[in-house]
Design a protein around this ligand. Structure first.
Ligand code: HEM
Ligand code: HEM
Length: 143
């Protein structure tokens, strides 16, 4: 069970990075368009992927497997940096979708998506325990 959740959480990073990146690049390139249909779906799917990741992350946190790591600084990273900042990233992604959905004109729908998914993307990218950074490679994988 825990192995399955870990693989799911780890693999989902690629889906999330791809969805959020496409959403924010497309929000910028199409900012003067009058149509928003495809872009609305991209924002929705990005948000759903983020919510699923949040749910799986909370399950991993509750499971406590991470608390058994003995590698220097990993426990602190998961608790203080990864979890806290990723929750903020999920909130930002949710705002990107919700605020753009509620915006009156199409231009501000695109702008809200670009800003919120943009900041969310940077936070996600910097808070993933990439195996090539610090000592993460001793514990975490690429997929
Ligand atoms: C801990 C778990 C979760 C929390 C705290 C959470 C929280 C939220 C919140 C606050 C909203 C309202 C956003 C808004 O409209 O302003 C929302 C909407 C939504 N969530 Fe979640 N969620 C969670 C898990 C999930 C999961 C697992 C899924 C899908 C499998 C999901 C799918 C959705 C969808 C489809 C919406 C509506 C999007 C729309 O407004 O069109 N959520 N969620
Ligand atoms: C966009 C959001 C997120 C991404 C892209 C992400 C990505 C990752 C990745 C790549 C790992 C390493 C997995 C491995 O190689 O085995 C990880 C571990 C972990 N994440 Fe996340 N994460 C996200 C959000 C969250 C959230 C919101 C929580 C908690 C509420 C969370 C809790 C954890 C925990 C507890 C671990 C350590 C699991 C263990 O080894 O026991 N993550 N995350």
């Amino acid at each position: 069970m825990i192995t399955g959740l870990l693989h799911l959480h780890s693999t989902m990073r690629w889906i999330i990075l791809a969805l959020v990146l496409v959403t924010l690049i497309r929000a910028y390139l199409n900012r003067s368009n009058s149509e928003f249909g495809v872009q609305y779906k991209l924002g929705l799917f990005s948000m759903i992927a983020l919510h699923i990741q949040l749910l799986v992350g909370l399950a991993l946190l509750a499971n406590g497997h991470w608390a058994e790591y003995t590698v220097e600084g990993i426990k602190r990273f998961i608790m203080m940096e990864h979890t806290t900042m990723m929750i903020i990233a999920v909130v930002l992604g949710t705002l990107g979708h919700s605020l753009s959905k509620r915006a009156e004109d199409v231009a501000s729908k695109y702008r809200k998506q670009f800003i919120f998914f943009g900041i969310s993307f940077v936070v996600i990218l910097s808070m993933i325990p990439w195996p090539c950074l610090r000592n993460f490679g001793e514990v975490f994988n690429w997929i």
